[in-house]
Design a protein around this ligand. Sequence first.
Ligand SMILES: Nc1nc2c(c(=O)[nH]1)N[C@H]1C(S)=C(S)[C@@H](COP(=O)(O)O)O[C@H]1N2
Ligand SMILES: [Mo]
Length: 159
Amino acid sequence: MTQSATLRVDGLVASPRSFSFDDLRAFSEPEQVRDFTRFHPKRPGDGVTLRAILDRVAPAAEATYLTLHATRDDFAASIPLAAIVDEAVVVFELDGTPYPESKGGPFRFLIKNPAVCHTDELDDCANVKFVDRIELTAGRGRDNRPHDEQEHEALHQHG
Ligand SMILES: Nc1nc2c(c(=O)[nH]1)N[C@H]1C(S)=C(S)[C@@H](COP(=O)(O)O)O[C@H]1N2
Ligand SMILES: [Mo]
């Protein structure tokens, strides 16, 4: 399953497409982000910049939000595009193999310097695991991140 997994990027873009592990691996060296532990010591893995992915789909001028969907557990976060474009990495690899599901793979969205949970649009809760679709929208899209400590607690009990 992991081998054929793809990340779909669609919505308000000129060229919607899906990326496989091999597609992301083929990005140029300056587009690769080697070893995410330099941003967060507890988050190992290698990825590509969000900007490198967006460059390949050509977002429309009307696109103002980026919505991250995880079908696996029906989680979504929607973030202002301008704020996130140079702050995020799509991690897809660990030690030369597909990013493990135990860490949120096969694709995990990671923000370089996230705010504490539910204190900002770019918070730790937006580090979406199992992300399989990135949708560009005009205005905020689907977002079911927890709003407070109680919701947060309930979410983490499930998994
Ligand atoms: N798919 C998915 N991604 C998710 C979540 C989730 O429930 N499902 N929880 C979010 C929240 S609330 C937080 S704080 C972080 C926790 O990441 P960690 O388990 O790697 O510390 O993942 C985020 N990404
Ligand atoms: Mo969170």
